[in-house]
Ligand binder design. Structure first.
Ligand code: UD1
Ligand code: MG
Length: 454
């Protein structure tokens, strides 16, 4: 595969988003639009990605991090001016520069790879990706000769009434020969309706000096849609999610109702897992094979083993090992590791804890800051009392301990291996292994009390 360098334009504010966040950082399918573009470019063979930042540049850098290099465009004087800012960073680079926009999250790696290949095969100095738009309003129009040869691109605001009839538009994606690009950019002027330095003018300039310019028509205009408003963002979201569930089904995941299953772009799911309706799988969630997930599950950055069952559960930033059973109304909070074949039942919350293999927490518990061994049985209503109003303390429970119903384990406290806790106990001291500990008021029976009361 031939490689290329991308320049991704992301300096604009995105006024129509009406947002404090730079437009390119708005998420679709759980990932910033700009990251979608970078990921597609990487998969298609990009060797370097240079992002041109402006509005909210610092936030863009922080969010996207090392997956790109950055150049600042202090004033937004147009797309041509934006690309020119990369001249120094790209000095000495030969070969293809692919220019992309940071607000086109629907681009696919296949499309970019094919586009680059056709540019190379055509032997052109510049190739533009075009699309046939049902509604071309706002886009630059592609003006061709009767022979089909591309003459130039005319911006909507500069177009004649005849040119406005053209439905083939500039998708805002180009391949350039590096040297030809920067020499032509020096000659771009801002003599147009918007007083901006237009990148598409490079095509006309190169053509006028006898260089070959070329156009590739995208077979699906949807992939090239640029997002300018929240309403368009919702359209992108829907398309990306549909693509994702189709991909998963093609890879052997059963999705009972794709319409009510929301899976972020980077989520991975193993074969023969079934996803029931009203389920959200978000962030970096990874799910194993043969699981039954849903209905009504939300997993966010969850790492889930094989054969896990979960319904009516919310798990975030936690790890669930194979064979575990969650739900219903289960909340697994960050920094929790649930061991193999653990059962966590109705109305149970677990936070920052290790739950050993085969342990059971079937009903109505709060377990926070706890190191629990294997084979533990937590009776209904058992609580770790982990907070004194200032500091959080840990509870340690040994293997095969049996905690009676409605007990309070007041941390810091440890219950030994095989220990038993009588139901209703409030445990404040460590319990040695294999010991029965009962910490509650003794029952007192007053005989004939009812008769005396009369
Ligand atoms: C641009 C194209 C138009 C094409 C359309 C496709 C130009 C002059 N026109 O128009 O032919 O049909 O894209 O969507 O290029 N940007 C900067 N710095 C600037 C100006 C823009 O980084 O000074 C960035 C924006 O943040 C955005 C991208 O460049 O990501 C495109 O800019 P935008 O203003 O949206 O151009 P359009 O008018 O859509
Ligand atoms: Mg635009």
């Amino acid at each position: 595969m031939l490689d290329f360098i991308t320049v991704i334009l992301a300096a604009g504010k995105g006024t129509r988003m009406k947002s404090k966040l730079p437009k390119v950082l708005h998420c679709a399918a759980g990932k910033p639009m700009l990251q979608h573009v970078i990921d597609a470019a990487d998969t298609a063979g990009a060797r370097r990605n240079i992002v041109v930042t402006g509005f909210g540049g610092e936030t863009v850098r922080k969010t996207i991090g090392d997956s790109a290099e950055y150049v600042e465009q202090r004033e937004q004087l147009g797309t041509g001016h934006a690309v020119l800012q990369t001249k120094e960073l790209l000095a000495g680079e030969r070969g293809t520069i692919m220019v992309l926009c940071g607000d086109t999250p629907l681009l696919t790696a296949e499309l970019l790879a094919r586009f680059h290949e056709e540019h190379v095969q055509a032997g052109a100095k510049a190739t533009v990706l075009t699309a046939i738009m049902p509604n071309a309003k706002g886009y630059g129009r592609v003006v061709r000769r009767a022979s089909g040869e591309v003459l130039k691109i005319v911006e909507h605001k500069d177009a004649t009434p005849e040119e406005l009839e053209i439905r083939e538009v500039n998708a805002g994606i180009y391949c350039f020969d590096a040297e030809a690009l920067f020499s032509a950019l020096e000659r771009v002027t801002n003599d147009n309706a918007q007083g901006e330095y237009y990148l598409p003018d490079v095509l006309g300039i190169l053509r006028d000096t006898g260089e070959k310019i070329w156009a590739v028509v995208a077979d699906n205009y949807e992939c090239t849609l640029g997002i300018n408003s929240r309403s368009q963002l919702a359209v992108a979201e829907r398309i990306l999610r549909k693509r994702k569930v189709e991909e998963l089904m093609a890879d052997g995941v059963t999705i009972i109702d794709p319409k009510t299953t929301f899976v972020d772009a980077d989520v991975r799911i193993g074969m023969d897992t079934t996803i029931y309706p009203f389920t959200l799988l978000e962030g970096d969630t990874v799910i194993g094979e043969d699981c039954c997930i849903g209905p009504h599950v939300r997993f966010r950055n969850a790492v889930v083993g094989d054969g896990v069952r979960a319904h009516y559960a919310y798990v975030h930033d936690a790890e669930i090992d194979g064979g575990a059973d969650l739900g219903q109304f289960t909340h697994i909070r960050p920094d929790t590791h649930i061991g193999e074949n653990v059962k966590i039942g109705n109305f149970v919350e677990v936070k920052n804890s290790e739950i050993g293999a085969g342990s059971k927490l079937p009903h109505l518990s709060y377990i926070g800051d706890c190191d629990m061994g294997t084979g533990v049985n937590m009776g209904c209503g058992t609580i770790t009392v982990n907070y004194d109003g200032k500091t959080k303390f840990r509870t340690v429970i040994g293997n095969n301990a049996f905690i009676g119903c409605n007990s309070n384990l007041v941390a810091p406290v440890a219950v030994g291996d095989g220990a038993y806790i009588g139901a209703g106990s409030t445990i404040t001291r460590d319990v040695p292994p294999n010991t029965l500990s009962v910490a509650r008021a003794r029952q007192k029976d007053i005989e004939g009390w009812k008769d005396k009361r009369k």
